[in-house]
Design a protein around this ligand. Sequence first.
Ligand code: PMM
Length: 275
Amino acid sequence: MTLVMGILNVTPDSFSDGGMYAEVDAAIARGVQLAHDGAHLVDVGGESTRPGADPVPPEEERRRVVPVIRALAQAGIATSIDTMHAATARAAVEAGASIVNDVSGGLADPAMAATVADLDVDYVAMHWRAHSTRMDSLDAYADVVAEVAGELDARVDALVAAGVREERIVLDPGLGFSKVTASNWPLLANLEAWSRGRRVLVGASRKRFLGAAIARPGVDAADPTAREHATTAVTALAAAHGVWAVRVHDAAAAVDATRVVSAWENARRPEGWAP
Ligand code: PMM
């Protein structure tokens, strides 16, 4: 069954939940709530990646995330660390995180690949072209599916060359990162084409491209929380296409969606059956 990764941004400025969980105690309580809602993993991040966001020094990032990861680990809750910094990844794993989620796929910090190889944990390599301040200027593709596939392949090659075991790598298309609205849908609609049998993480939750799909009179598509039902629809479709995990703000909705997909699939008659 598709895993649900609940989003916990310990940041003052993330696009949907910025500032809500910036204090350690509030962040821990939110992580516990996500697990209670059915999240299999809580993805803890200390640096916003929304377009235009300012970088956060790694020391400040670690100050935000490490106590939260440690407390969640003590409560028996599995966590991933959402970071581009190798030192933060190491500190987070030492505090109890079991997965490194790097939106840069190892491009932002040259030390990341060797660190992940040494830590020997699962590693999410997201498709990424540049930091938030520049990513919107690098959103041109002749064929987005082919180019993302090729750029992810290059990341896998570099990671494996640095000693990361191939089965540890999870690919992520980086929805909304250096992608105009129309570039996100082909990546979702052609998951199998670019992932070629590797595990996939999909992070569509409340993103802008969903707003464009649902916009109509009476729907404030600019409000991230108004994109929740659209997010759940993507979760169901992603689960039906066998993705390994979805990264979402509302864990309960995503767990419901993945359970519906399982019930549907378990009822399927064997290949070749006919009435
Ligand atoms: N999106 C955001 C942050 N981290 N990590 C992965 N692997 N995939 C994503 O799509 C992704 C991510 C965007 O910011 P948010 O934390 O506010 O959702």
